[in-house]
Write a protein that binds this ligand. Structure first.
Ligand SMILES: C[S@@+](CC[C@H](N)C(=O)[O-])C[C@H]1O[C@@H](n2cnc3c(N)ncnc32)[C@H](O)[C@@H]1O
Length: 525
């Protein structure tokens, strides 16, 4: 589609304004309020799809709860004949964007209200088209009092009982329910994360029970939509009406919203049963329901340590020596995967990893007073950290003492936590055989053999290597199918996702393996 005539000039002016305003803010400021504009062509695709959901002459009352400079307003004007647009209202909390935007829209009859959408009250005349790219603000940037207010208000507006981990975008979606006319349509451009994670359950329940979910299109993370926001996005479409019987939802993936590469219709019942909606449309449910032996039957899998500041807590051997810090307060930790070429880590006589770059984690429960008495240099180092504010970070201020670390013993096998689907090796995640006493930070998952496997390994020490070799043969699609997908082809593999990966090849190595009831349960989630 090409932009035409007056609107083209108008949109060009708006885009110029957008760039000027974006340039007037730092990245951190824009992150804080989730200020990332929708590209013109995507906004047009979204409004074009919206128009296909309305009878030809139905009059439109349009709402954008997070309007920015009005990319959706602009697309609305392009796609719908002006006579059809009865009203258009946008909310913008930030006057930096809102004021100049209100000026450019002044003569069009569209209005921008400079206000916080989450505190506004809906008018009696509701909106039959809500289109929104809400602020993607993660939960830990929401103030505690505000979180409670949002939770209560969202539950009241939509019945959606969001957990404290839900980002602001979920609240926007829930709150808008009260602004929508019966039978109205909503299209939400949001991170696809809600489709897989725990906090997304309430959103999915809302989509399945309170409204008629029409379609979810997910963009292929390898074709990033937002250059400056590292999230993979989805457009979620629904109608404010109870779902009809035997309703099916269109799941599409890749390509564009209007011309997706994959598509599949999934029944509401199947969606209610499936925890990971990003499985669709690529897989149908048969694979997901199948009972199988999974890695959780063999390993306890835990994310590595979140140190609270790797730059401060993880040091090279040289730095420890040159600062005269006591080695007994440190323990070895593997360097991040970027700096670790090896897939097998050997140990020296101390159990330290044999690597060019040896890294150590400050890990002690000694009090500051004891450290001051015994290790003045260490005490000075901690004071340095305090001057930098390390002790005030979220993790540190919730620990006692603030520099103590979680208990994460060395694991014989570790797996990288982040991977790209488009690596040259074709293997997004690496399994590393660790003979050393090094622990890992949260860029890895630590795999601890469960009792049956541990027993079998103690009887046959070569078994661990065989298991590791088999794990390296796990097809990348299997791991990617379980993990979450972020922008730029970046994939994350959470412990419970790795736990759910098929492990039938490991069973072949341990012929008398028995699936315990506990393992069976894990295999079914
Ligand atoms: C992701 S941007 C989308 C902007 C625009 N709709 C677009 O798609 O280009 C979200 C916008 O919401 C605004 N915003 C953040 N919190 C808000 C709130 N509580 N009420 C209204 N607007 C808010 C931000 O300032 C930002 O301009």
């Amino acid at each position: 589609m090409t932009l035409t005539g007056i609107q083209n000039i108008f949109e060009a002016d708006r885009l110029r304004l957008q760039s000027k305003l974006d340039a007037g803010k730092t990245q951190a400021e824009r992150n804080r309020l989730g200020q990332f504009a929708t590209p013109t062509l995507l906004a047009r695709d979204i409004l074009a799809y919206a128009s296909s959901l309305f009878p030809e002459n139905e009059v439109i009352r349009f709402l954008d709860p997070a309007v920015g400079t009005g990319s959706f307003f602009s697309a609305l004007r392009d796609i719908f004949l002006s006579g059809r647009i009865n009203s258009a209202l946008g909310f913008e909390i930030d006057s930096h964007y809102g004021e100049p935007a209100a000026r450019i829209w002044m003569d069009t009859g569209y209005s921008i209200r400079l206000a916080d959408f989450t505190v506004a009250e809906p008018p009696s005349e509701k909106f039959n088209l809500v289109i929104c790219n809400p602020p993607y603000v993660r939960h830990h940037h929401l103030q505690n009092g505000d979180k409670l207010r949002l939770q209560a208000k969202t539950a009241h507006a939509s019945g959606m009982k969001l957990s404290g981990l839900a980002g602001l975008y979920c609240h926007f979606l829930g709150l808008s329910h009260a602004w929508m006319a019966e039978d109205g349509i909503a299209g939400w451009l949001i991170p696809s994360e809600f489709m897989d994670v725990n906090y997304g359950k309430a959103v999915k329940q809302y989509l399945l029970e309170k409204v008629t979910l029409l379609k979810i299109h997910r963009f292929d993370p390898d074709e990033v939509q937002f250059a400056d926001a590292l999230v993979s996005s989805a457009v979620v479409w629904f109608r404010k009406a109870s779902p009809p019987e035997n309703h099916k939802v269109s799941f599409t993936f890749g390509g564009s919203l209007l011309e997706p590469r994959y598509s599949r219709d999934i029944s509401r019942e199947d969606l209610a049963r499936e925890v990971k909606w990003t499985r669709f449309p690529k897989s149908d449910l048969s694979g997901a329901k199948e009972e199988k032996v999974v890695l959780a039957d063999f390993f306890n899998i835990r994310r590595g340590i979140a140190t609270g500041g790797n730059g401060f807590f993880i040091l090279d051997r040289e730095e420890i020596t040159s600062r005269n810090l006591p080695m007994e307060l440190f323990r070895p930790i593997l360097p991040s995967p970027r700096y670790l070429a090896e897939n097998e880590i050997m140990a020296d006589t101390n159990g330290f990893p044999v690597l060019d770059r040896q890294r150590f984690l400050l890990d002690t429960k000694l009090t500051e007073e004891r450290i001051k008495d015994r290790y003045p240099e260490m005490s000075a180092y901690l004071e340095e950290g305090k001057k930098l504010g390390v002790h005030e970070g979220y993790l540190c201020r919730n620990r006692s003492p603030w520099y103590s670390q979680e208990n994460r013993p060395p694991a014989p096998i570790v797996c990288t936590y982040l991977g790209r689907s488009n690596t040259k090796s074709g293997r997004p995640f690496r399994f590393i055989l660790n003979h050393s006493s090094a622990t890992v930070a949260n860029v890895y998952l630590a795999l601890y053999p469960k009792s049956q496997l541990a027993k079998a390994i103690s009887q046959n020490p070569t078994l661990l290597r065989a298991v590791w070799e088999v794990m390296n043969l796990i097809a990348p699609e299997q791991l990617l199918g379980e993990g979450r997908v972020y922008g730029g082809g970046l994939h994350k593999l959470e412990p419970n996702e790795l736990a759910n990966v098929d492990a039938s090849k490991i069973v072949e190595l341990i012929p008398d393996f028995r699936l315990s009831p506990e393992a069976e349960q894990l295999g079914l989630f």
